[in-house]
Design a protein around this ligand. Structure first.
Ligand code: URA
Length: 236
């Protein structure tokens, strides 16, 4: 084989052609499934790039909370989640590991998810505020507002079908109301994202850390979780 034949063969192979003449005509669209997969991969990669940009912006955002915290805590789970769980702010364990909901409240959250047959890896878990406030104090309204654009950007990237708000701070940030959870829980709310032209069905319920301190509210929390489970099953 001369040099130019070799080059030509290489060119053909690199073009993805591994065979030419066959016994029956080639069915060009038999692999349309794999092009669907390709679109999913492209979409996933787009989301990864977008979330990286958000994380970079949070890192570069100057805030006094940064001074006392050890690690930035943004999210755990998947960018393809149907449900997004939003808590308040990282605690001591989360600050140590850089991952949300890994301490005692996180363990209870894992149990809550398991109770409605959802795996932690299938959801997107984040917080309103991404740096641990000193001594785990509640974030101020100013801090909530400071971090809200980043939370909204995450919602726009993940495009969840449902949002489950864990506690009063998340409810205040997303539902824009200081109303107590007792008034907000047990019903569906609608969140309208700034960018996406669709409603995201939202539930506000008790924070797992609160449930650990006040187990008498677990029954109500269970009802809220079942509401989510029912809607997810009905809309499958
Ligand atoms: N409490 C929260 O609100 N978020 C965490 O990540 C951990 C505890």
């Amino acid at each position: 084989m001369n040099q130019s034949d070799k080059k030509n063969l290489e060119f053909i192979k690199n073009s993805g052609i591994s065979y030419f003449l066959q016994d029956s005509p080639r069915i060009w669209f038999e692999n349309s499934k794999s092009s669907e997969n390709l679109n999913e991969i492209i979409e996933d990669n787009k989301k990864i790039l977008e979330i990286k940009k958000v994380i970079e912006s949070i890192k570069n955002h100057e805030t006094s909370l940064k001074k006392s915290a050890n690690n930035l805590v943004v999210y755990d789970g998947t960018l393809d989640a149907k449900v997004m769980f939003i808590g308040e702010a990282p605690g001591q364990e989360e600050d140590k590991l850089g991952t949300p909901f890994v301490g005692k409240a996180g363990q209870l959250l894992n149990k809550m998810l398991a109770a409605i047959n959802i795996k932690r890896e299938e959801v997107y878990i984040t917080n309103v505020v991404n740096w641990r406030p000193p001594n785990n104090r509640t974030p101020t309204d100013e801090e909530i507002l400071e971090f809200l654009p980043y939370l909204q950007q995450q919602i726009d990237i993940v495009e969840p079908k449902y949002i489950f708000l864990l506690g009063g701070v998340a409810a205040k940030a997303i539902l824009s109301t200081p109303l107590a959870l007792g008034k907000l829980r047990g019903k569906w709310h609608e969140y309208k994202s700034l960018k996406l032209n669709k409603k995201i069905y939202t539930i506000a319920s008790y924070h797992p850390a609160f449930l650990l301190r006040s187990p008498q509210f677990k029954k109500a929390s269970w009802e809220d979780l079942k509401m989510l489970q029912k809607r997810m099953n009905d809309e499958k």
